[in-house]
Ligand binder design. Structure first.
Ligand code: AMP
Length: 308
């Protein structure tokens, strides 16, 4: 197994409203969050994405400075970068998409760079399942394929989505979307139905209530850190899966036990993202802060009990 991690996803500009304020156009996109989170680990992470020529150099410089490979990012001359705008409600767990402008995404024909075709881990970020499938077709037998999706693609691309789900190992999805996909209320039952479609592992993210990792009958429950201040949940899911994949790539261990630790790494990463608007927290994150937070996670769910 090598430490290459190939990521497909959006690089975007977002405009966000939360009960704590409103941003202008800021850096976003699932590939951006994933790349920033994964780069906390010793992994060779390459993005496959598309931007317009309005995408700022400071943003490509930022990703490169973190060691993220951008040779698979296409720049479409005269095109506009993907734009998404969303509004969070008071509980911060629910949001409404105000605007999705696909822009250059409509012309995107993803090309995996030659040096990433043998990547051991592929992460298909939240995107058109046709593009997710096209990337998988270019890979030379990855050891682990992880996929994320959201309601936008579930609603309009169901058939293709099911086909791609049949080709992956790990599906990462939030609770609401898991229920929508399986038409089931119980998350345990939803996870079983999702596993029946193909993936050995299913991760169901529950926002401020943590995440569940399912593998057959085994279940691992990762807490979310109770935070005093949450400003903007955008990118939490992407940071989660970026941390999860980055850790697996670094440790080169795909056992269920190691996936449990990866789930905690992902949860820690997401806990940083929500503390500021946009990518700010991840940009500034240090290894020392990450270590400290992992300790906080450990003590949060550790307890002793004597069973007779
Ligand atoms: P998350 O909060 O983890 O679901 O991810 C939010 C990020 O996903 C934002 O930065 C958006 O730019 C990006 N995004 C929003 N809608 C879509 C979509 N339909 N396809 C791909 N990326 C999207």
């Amino acid at each position: 197994m090598n430490n290459k991690l190939l990521v497909l996803g959006t690089m975007a500009y977002d405009a966000i409203e939360s009960p704590f304020g409103k941003t202008g156009k800021i850096l976003g996109g699932c590939a951006t969050y994933i790349g920033l989170a994964a780069s906390q680990f010793k992994t060779n992470c390459g993005l496959v994405s598309v931007v317009g020529d309005d995408f700022e150099k400071e943003h490509t410089d930022l990703l490169r400075s973190k060691g993220v490979d951008l040779s698979g990012v296409q720049v479409i001359a005269g095109g506009k970068t993907f734009f998404w705008s969303g509004k969070y409600h008071n509980d911060l767990n629910t949001r409404t998409t105000l605007d999705t402008q696909l822009n250059v995404l409509t012309k995107f024909n993803p090309q995996v760079p030659e040096e990433f075709k043998d990547a051991s881990i592929v992460l298909l970020g939240n995107l058109d399942p046709n593009l997710q499938g096209a990337v998988l077709d270019q890979m030379n037998g990855p050891e682990l394929v992880i996929m994320d999706t959201m309601n936008f693609w579930i609603e309009s691309y169901r058939e293709k989505l099911d086909e791609v789900i049949g080709r992956i190992d790990v599906l990462s999805i939030n609770d609401e979307e898991a229920r929508q996909l399986t038409e089931t209320h119980s998350l345990v039952e939803a996870a079983q139905k999702l596993q029946a479609l193909g993936p050995r592992y299913v991760i169901i993210k529950k926002g401020e209530h943590g995440a569940l990792l399912f593998c057959g009958k085994k279940i691992f429950c990762a807490p979310a850190l109770p935070l005093e201040e949450v400003f903007d949940p955008t990118g939490a899911g992407d940071s989660f899966i970026g941390g999860f994949a980055g850790y697996l790539s670094q440790t080169k261990d795909l056992s269920f036990e190691n996936m449990k630790t990866a789930t905690i790494m992902g949860s820690a990463m997401a806990s940083f993202t929500v503390q500021q608007f946009g990518t700010g927290s991840l940009e500034a994150l240090t290894i020392a802060q990450l270590r400290q937070r992992i300790h906080a996670f450990k003590s949060l769910s550790e307890f002793e009990i004597e069973l007779t």
